[in-house]
Ligand binder design. Structure first.
Ligand code: NI
Ligand code: MN
Length: 229
């Protein structure tokens, strides 16, 4: 039994683990780098890090089609319920909390970022996720700046850390390198870059810096490619 994590471009991931398909931050149909479409993507569970359009745009329609459980913060959960998603499909959380799911443990972690819904409603705090899955702990930072508490998140022993490197709206390459030093993961995967010109980055150059300056192994994927835990 293994866990396969596929980068779908930008902040999106599909995780296949314990016979389930997990989808993180689905923004598929209007994104230039997405290899998947909202009307065909598989999902048993959808995890949302925050309410910005480039993370939640397709969450509602995918949840309505697949009947997937949606894990999100309290404010996003309420908003989705208001849009017609039944309560039985919603798992509301908040930063610091942990829940048990059929595929493993889900902890909602701090992220330093803003979060507002497409209609301007308050989206609650932005977050990341620390998942305890078959094959180890995986940390998805979400959209965030660098913060010193990443040191604490790494204490569980991370098999993989997934970090934004796009800059402008999140950490850039230099801060993401410092994040690797704080988190001490075995492997690190960059995301949230090269979706649009304002967040273009050289992931290969960043990976080289990771190799030189940390003990972590960088894993650079193209959208649609998979890493195994
Ligand atoms: Ni954002
Ligand atoms: Mn974003």
């Amino acid at each position: 039994m293994t866990t396969n994590i596929t980068w779908l471009g930008h902040g999106r991931f599909q995780i296949r683990t314990a016979g389930q398909s997990l989808l993180i931050d689905p923004f598929l149909d209007d994104c230039p780098t997405s290899p998947q479409k909202a009307d065909t993507v598989a999902a048993d569970t959808i995890l949302l890090t925050h309410a910005h359009f480039d993370h939640i745009t397709d969450a509602l329609k995918i949840a309505q089609r697949t009947k997937a459980t949606v894990i999100a913060n309290f404010e996003i959960s309420n908003w989705l319920h208001g849009q017609g998603l039944p309560e039985k499909q919603l798992e509301a959380m908040n930063v610091g909390g942990q829940i048990t799911q059929p595929f493993g443990l889900v902890k909602m972690t701090l992220a330093h970022h803003s979060s507002s819904l497409p209609d301007g409603a308050y989206g609650g705090l932005a977050s990341g996720y620390l998942l305890d899955l078959e094959g180890g702990h995986v940390y998805f930072a979400g959209d965030t700046s660098l913060f010193l508490d990443m040191k604490l998140l790494g204490l569980v022993g991370l098999e993989l850390a997934v970090l934004p490197i796009g800059d402008r709206f999140t950490m850039g390459p230099d801060d993401a390198l410092e994040a690797v030093k704080l988190l001490s993961p075995k492997r690190v995967l960059p995301c949230h870059y090269n979706t649009w010109p304002p967040i273009e980055q050289d992931a290969a150059a960043w990976a080289e810096s990771v190799r030189k300056q940390t003990a972590a192994q960088p894993v650079v994927l193209e959208p649609g490619e998979t890493v195994q835990l």
